[in-house]
Write a protein that binds this ligand. Structure first.
Ligand code: VOV
Length: 249
């Protein structure tokens, strides 16, 4: 049997994408809209407190294009907490005016392809912990998409031996590293949790860097030969006054 990579698993992740039912939202009074927005802002403050306490993370972005209007990404130590947050959101007044657009369930993942030999417990390593339990920067832009590694005839990632996969992942990481300081990536595994095998979430203050990075990776064997992709979502941050003004009529 081929050797599976060993994964380190961090916080569970829910990408919750919604469209607004603007027509219904317009029909209620200004006061009702205000009350619903205020209630949602309290919910967002609660999420922010978990970020501040480092007991979780969240990101709130508008999505450009017709696929969704906004994305709320939440990260928590257990899947149960994600479920509770999702249910809590669904019970808010504003949720009645949203239509589910897409969702994705995964867990932040690091593989051992590039890890050196070590006897220490990786879960105690501060560098590893910073990646498994990421502190989300409030970057201007987000890019999210799910992906698979191909299993198709001769192009079967899962039939490659460990050494070959290590060599390919090294090349992948070299491209990634050349975007250090420009793009931050969170890779979360979703085998058994959702329709694809990973979620890719990228953050940047320069939206063009997503296109440059993803295009460059298309020429790298890991993506060129083995990558298969779902829908792409790109968004801009909703922070400060924008959190409320996004819902203003
Ligand atoms: C932004 C930069 C960047 C950097 C530095 C980077 C580095 C690394 C390293 C070092 C490693 C391996 C160890 C680990 O950390 O797990 C990975 C792992 C992975 N990556 Fe990556 N990746 C980046 C970026 C990056 C992008 C943009 C994509 C999407 C690919 C594309 O074509 O659209 C991607 C995908 C992945 C995946 C799906 C995995 C898991 C593969 C598996 O089989 O397990 N990744 N990645």
């Amino acid at each position: 049997m081929n050797e599976a990579a060993i994964t380190l698993d961090g916080w569970y992740v829910l990408h919750d994408l919604r469209s607004m039912d603007w027509a219904s939202w317009k029909l209620i009074s200004k006061e009702e809209r205000q009350a619903a927005t205020d209630e949602f802002l309290v919910y967002l403050e609660k999420l922010q407190k978990a970020d501040d306490d480092k007991t979780g993370g969240h990101a709130f972005y508008t999505i450009i294009g017709q696929k969704a209007d906004f994305m709320l990404m939440t990260l928590r130590p257990t899947m149960d907490e994600l479920q509770e947050l999702e249910a809590e959101f669904n019970k808010l007044a504003i949720a009645d005016f949203t239509v589910p657009a897409y969702s994705y369930v995964s867990v932040v993942e690091l593989s051992n392809y590039l890890a050196g030999e070590s006897t220490e417990d990786p879960y105690q390593n501060p560098h590893v912990r910073a990646r498994l339990y990421p502190e989300l920067q409030r970057s201007q832009y987000i890019c999210f998409y799910p992906m698979d590694k191909k299993r198709d005839g001769d192009d079967n990632w899962y039939m490659l031996d460990m050494d070959k996969r290590k060599a390919l992942m090294r090349d992948h990481s070299m491209i990634g590293r050349s975007y250090a300081g420009k793009v931050k990536q969170i890779i979360s595994g979703s085998v058994g949790f959702d329709d694809y095998e990973w979620a890719v979430t990228l953050f940047s203050d320069d939206v063009l860097q997503f296109k440059k990075l993803i295009y460059e990776m298309r020429f790298d064997e890991v993506s060129a030969r083995y990558g298969e992709f779902g829908s792409f979502f790109v968004g801009t941050i909703l922070d400060g006054d924008k959190k409320a003004s996004f819902f203003n009529m």
